[in-house]
Design a protein around this ligand. Structure first.
Ligand code: MRU
Length: 309
C-alpha cells in the first residue's frame, strides 16, 4: 500500500489524519490542494511531503500557473523539512515535471530499502528498539526510513521488538507507527513519551532509531521530543541512530538557523475531541526539536552509516 499515487492527472494521498481507523485516499486536483494537504498533515513526514510537493508543481504546470510562484508557495507550506525545497527545485529545474516527479516517487522506495539494508547491520537479534514519531512507509512513498531499518531487520529473520513513543500532540507514534508494525507482525508496544527515560533506565531499550526532517551542520531536526529521547539515551549509554535519505541533508546551514515550525494551540489544548486544558491557556507548540551531533551515534543513509556533521 503506497502513501500516495498519481492517476488521471491527480494526486491521491492517504489522509493520515483518519488513520488508523480509516484508509481513505484524498484527491488533490490543484497545487493549492497539495499545499492544504501538507499544512493539515493529511500527508506528513519529510520524504512524503517532498514527493507530494513535486506532484504539486506538476499540477501547477498542468493548469498553466506561474511555476516559480507556485513553487515558492509550496515550499512555504511547512518550514522545517528541507525535502520540500529540494523536491520543488528538482522539478522546476527538470525538462519534464511529471517525469521528474515520477522518478522521485520511484527513487524514494529504492532509497528507503537501501537505508533499511544498511541500518539492519546495527540491529542485533533480540534487540528492543525505541522509535519516536513515524518515520515509516506513511512518512514516505513506501517502506520508511527508521521503520524501514526495523522492517529490514525483521525480514532478515532477526527477532526484534519495537517500542513506539506516543508522540504528543498528534500521536503519530500511536496512530501510525504502531499500525505499521502491527501490519508487519513485528512485536510492538506503545508508551507515552515521558516513559522513554524510565524504560531505558530499566534496561528495556537496546537502541533508538528515529527519522529526520533535516540533517544540517551541528545536528538533526526531528519531531518534538526527539531531543529528550537522545539525552536519555546518552545518559544510559544506549546507541541513538538517525535514519535519513540524502534528500533530507542541508549541508549549507547550521541546524540552529533552521526554522522550527510552530503549530496551532488547539493541537495541545485538545486531546482528540476532548479539551484537556482550561480555555484561553497560552501554548508553546513547536513541532520539531534539534538533536545536537554529539548525541547521535550515526546517521543511516542510502550510501551507508555516517557520522553527523
Ligand atoms: O510533523 P510530522 O509528522 O511531519 O513529523 C515527522 C517526523 O518528524 C519524522 O520523524 C521525519 O519527517 C522523518 S520521516 C521519514
Amino acid at each position: 500500500m503506497k502513501t500516495m499515487y498519481w492517476k488521471d492527472n491527480k494526486l491521491f494521498l492517504i489522509d493520515q489524519t483518519l488513520l488508523p481507523d480509516e484508509i481513505i485516499y484524498h484527491e488533490c486536483k490543484t497545487y493549492k490542494d497539495v499545499i492544504n494537504a501538507i499544512k493539515t498533515m493529511k500527508v506528513r513526514g519529510a520524504p512524503a511531503i517532498g514527493v507530494a510537493a513535486a506532484f504539486g508543481v506538476v499540477l501547477a504546470d498542468i493548469s498553466g500557473e506561474d511555476l516559480l510562484k507556485a513553487g515558492a508557495e509550496i515550499k512555504d507550506a511547512r518550514p522545517t523539512a528541507v525535502n520540500l525545497a529540494w523536491a520543488v527545485d528538482r522539478v522546476l529545474n527538470s525538462k519534464s515535471p511529471l517525469d521528474e516527479a515520477l522518478r522521485m516517487y520511484d527513487e524514494d522506495v529504492k532509497t528507503n530499502m537501501a537505508i533499511g539494508r544498511n541500518g539492519s547491520e546495527i540491529i542485533d537479534d533480540g534487540d528492543t528498539i525505541l522509535t519516536h514519531c513515524n518515520a515509516g512507509a506513511l512518512a514516505c512513498v513506501d517502506y520508511g526510513t527508521a521503520l524501514g531499518v526495523l522492517r529490514a531487520a525483521h525480514d532478515e529473520g532477526k527477532n526484534i521488538k519495537v517500542i513506539c513513543d506516543e508522540t504528543r500532540p498528534l500521536c503519530q507514534g500511536a496512530r501510525l507507527s504502531v499500525f505499521e508494525m502491527q501490519q508487519e507482525n513485528i512485536p510492538v508496544k506503545l508508551a507515552v513519551d515521558s516513559a522513554a527515560g524510565h524504560l531505558m533506565q530499566k534496561g528495556m531499550v537496546n537502541k533508538v532509531v528515529v527519522g529526520a526532517d533535516r540533517v544540517a551542520k551541528g545536528g538533526v531536526a526531528n519531531k518534538i521530543g526527539s531531543l529528550m529521547v537522545a539525552l536519555a539515551a546518552k545518559r544510559f549509554n544506549i546507541p541513538f541512530y538517525v535514519a535519513a535519505p540524502k534528500s533530507t541533508f542541508d549541508s549549507e546551514n547550521s541546524i540552529y538557523d533552521v526554522e522550527i515550525e510552530e503549530r496551532d494551540a488547539d493541537e495541545v489544548i485538545y486531546f482528540g475531541n476532548s479539551r484537556v486544558a482550561p480555555e484561553g491557556t497560552e501554548i508553546e507548540n513547536p513541532a520539531f526539536d534539534i538533536i545536537p551531533s554529539d548525541l547521535i551515534t550515526g546517521i543511516i543513509t542510502e550510501d551507508g552509516i555516517i557520522k553527523p556533521f
